[in-house]
Design a protein around this ligand. Structure first.
Ligand SMILES: Nc1ncnc2c1ncn2[C@@H]1O[C@H](COP(=O)(O)OP(=O)(O)OP(=O)(O)O)[C@@H](O)[C@H]1O
Length: 176
């Protein structure tokens, strides 16, 4: 979001096969795109504990799989990859163009959906590839307009796993 220094968002993904097989109970609710409620699974009738974020993305259900494989909203509540990019990625890109250093940080337990939101899978591209595509498209467009302008793009990507920091762009032979 341009103008904001820090934007915090949470996203709830669909149940995976393991969770479905164990008949996992849904304890999260998101009513208005900002608030996230968490219920105590041992006492579902109790009021949920409420938290407010810049964005609370409901991606648990309310989607259809298009023939391309893209998960598109079938319900207005569902936040697809485009919505997440429009809200979070576009601001990063706009600020990068203004010359600010920008960071995206995803946090969550294993399998919670960090890679899905950040990088994405196949047709469901995440924030990083869409930002890169848009960035290089805009560079190409500007290059045509301003003859001779040189552009340099620097990017770094890290994974912090079990408190160890690994460069995510280095060769697999050198890294993990
Ligand atoms: N919003 C979503 N919609 C549909 N599927 C999702 C969503 N988020 C995650 N998934 C699916 O859940 C699984 C786990 O997601 P992902 O790989 O992004 O987790 P992760 O947090 O990066 O895990 P790890 O820390 O182990 O790398 C994947 O199969 C992914 O496709």
């Amino acid at each position: 979001m341009p103008g904001d220094n820090i934007v915090v968002a949470v996203r709830v993904r669909p149940f995976n096969d393991r969770e479905k097989a164990m008949k996992a109970q849904l304890v999260i609710e998101m009513a208005d795109g900002k608030s996230t409620g968490i219920r105590d699974p041992s006492n579902m009738s109790e009021e949920p504990k409420m938290f407010t974020f810049d964005h609370s993305y409901w991606s648990h259900d309310g989607y259809k799989t298009e023939s391309s494989g893209y998960l598109a909203p079938s319900d207005s509540k569902y936040a697809d990859q485009k919505k997440v990019f429009d809200d979070l990625g576009k601001g990063v890109l706009d600020n990068a163009w203004k010359g600010y250093n920008c960071s995206l940080f995803a946090y969550g337990q294993t399998g919670s959906g960090k890679s899905y939101s950040m990088v994405g899978y196949k047709e469901n591209k995440g924030i990083v590839p869409i930002v890169c595509e848009d960035l290089f498209k805009r560079i190409e467009k500007n290059k045509k307009k301003n003859n001779g302008t040189q552009y340099e793009v620097f990017i770094s990507m890290f994974e912090i796993y079990c408190e160890k920091v690994c460069g995510a762009l280095i060769s697999l032979k050198i890294g993990r």
